[in-house]
Design a protein around this ligand. Structure first.
Ligand code: GLC
Length: 457
């Protein structure tokens, strides 16, 4: 995927957020935390297991994260090199992490009794981290939210359940809550709405998915009309003009960023007119977003670091998710990977912050990625699979002034094709035209992904 019909550069009926810091910082932390951390079987558990409000109530009644320590979360994020946070203020389950006036279904009414959101915002701000709010458009608890095919009660008597429900009132509820969030917590840098699934005419091949009502798509979707996205986005811009908004409210022009989820684009993303688009890949350590105790498909630390590099080398940001436990801490598996980021970023963040794709025409050697900082004119070569003794960089002859390992600033000697400096004459002959060949130690240095810093002329 290289193109997106999403945001169009100059169509700005909704204005634009400030992307300067965003595209510089590149690396953020997502936090998904809610009642679902108690069953610990996915944040979609209400949908996956078709849980009724009555059966879900036990989690609300007992929610009490006694080890909640937002300062520790913030310190961990800062050490991992993460420069911004996006936290779920409300996920699809409808539970609110702040002291909202508009529902009783909020954290201050659980045994925990505190406004966790305020404490998180304060703690992360104190670490110099930008603050973003995720707000679910979907709400499986709200009494006005029309029960659709995604709703946990989808297979109950929908007609009966939906009597008296009114999406207009629900849309107003969202605006009221968003007003609270964007008024009472200081400057907010990102607003992350999630997500739209607009109704569409069923195609014959969709029929098999539509169990209850063959006249509609199985999801009985919701989009800009149901959310009243136009009003919602105008409100957000009015309250926080510089805020960065994601692209999930079903109005393409309203989004500042494109948000690929759980995959990494293999080339920079562009607007419909071909100009580069800002994008942020959202990724998980293990597949689910909420804490999932028994999930086994955790990525390795190396994979996590590779993901960060892969995003930045294609001009994107990475927002990596943590799902805290119901007692309020990041579990060992998450901590291990975050520590891996911290160790790597301590020495290699220069190849991430302020960086993006290499200039056109720079061809990456096999098993490696380039990132490039246009301000300093330095190119970074990330060696994701350690080569043997040499690496050749096609097309760079005549362009390189100096090369070194980034982690320790130690020189790496290089030569250019045809300069006659090769130890073996044969090597010169085998070197491609216009290439730079860098000499490497046989053993990989003790760095998860070694980076070569190339000072261009
Ligand atoms: C989704 C999911 C979800 C997660 C999110 C993050 O669409 O519904 O659980 O919050 O994306 O990108």
């Amino acid at each position: 995927m290289t193109k997106s019909a999403n945001t169009k550069k100059n169509a700005a009926p909704y204005g634009h957020g400030d992307l300067t810091w965003f595209t510089h910082d590149r690396f953020g932390m997502f936090i998904h935390w809610g009642l679902y951390s108690m069953p610990a079987r996915h944040e979609w558990i209400r949908n996956y297991e078709r849980i009724t409000d009555e059966d879900y109530q036990v989690y609300f009644d007992l929610f009490n994260p006694d080890l909640f320590d937002p300062k520790a979360w913030a310190k961990t994020a800062r050490e991992a090199g993460m420069k911004y946070l996006v936290i779920t203020t409300k996920h699809h389950e409808g539970f609110c992490l702040w002291d909202t006036k508009y529902t009783d279904y909020k954290i201050t009414n659980t045994p925990f009794g505190r406004d966790a959101l305020r404490e998180v915002v304060d703690a992360f701000r104190a670490e110099g981290i930008h603050i973003g709010f995720y707000y679910s458009l979907i709400d499986w608890h709200h009494p006005d939210f029309i029960v659709d095919g995604l709703h946990p009660l989808a297979f109950h008597d929908r007609e009966k359940l939906n009597q008296g429900r009114d999406m207009k009132r629900y849309a107003k509820y969202m605006r009221d809550q968003v007003t609270e969030l964007l008024t009472n917590y200081g400057k907010i840098d990102i607003m992350w709405f999630d997500f739209s699934y607009p109704w569409r005419e069923m195609k014959p091949e969709d029929l098999k998915w539509s169990r209850n009502n063959p006249a509609r798509h199985s999801w009985d979707g919701k989009g800009r009309d149901e959310w009243e996205s136009d009003k919602l986005i105008r409100l957000v811009r009015k309250l926080q003009p510089k805020i960065v908004i994601d692209n999930r409210v079903d109005i393409p022009e309203a989004g500042d960023i494109i948000t690929p989820e759980q995959y990494t684009p293999d080339a920079p993303l562009t607007h419909a007119d071909g100009s580069p688009a800002a994008w942020e890949g959202c990724q998980t350590f293990s597949g689910s977003w909420g804490y999932y105790r028994d999930e086994l498909c955790w990525k390795t630390t190396k994979q996590c670091i590779d993901m960060l590099i892969n995003h930045v080398s294609r001009g994107g940001n990475l927002i990596m998710n943590v799902g805290p436990t119901s007692r309020g801490y990041f579990d060992e598996r998450a901590m291990e990977r975050l520590a891996g980021y911290a160790k790597w970023m301590k020495y290699n963040s220069r190849a991430i912050y302020g960086c993006g794709p290499a200039p056109k025409g720079f061809v990456e050697p096999v098993d490696s990625r380039y990132t490039y900082n246009p301000k300093t004119n330095r190119l970074y070569l990330h060696l994701q699979n350690w080569p043997f003794k040499h690496i050749q960089l096609p097309g760079l002859a005549g362009k390189v002034r100096y090369t070194q390992f980034l982690h320790d600033g130690s020189e790496l000697r290089f030569r250019e094709s045809g300069d006659g400096k090769a130890v073996h004459a044969a090597l010169n002959a085998l070197t491609p035209e216009n290439a730079v060949t860098i000499e490497l130690p046989v053993q990989q240095p003790d760095v998860e992904v070694p980076v070569i810093e190339i000072f261009l002329k």
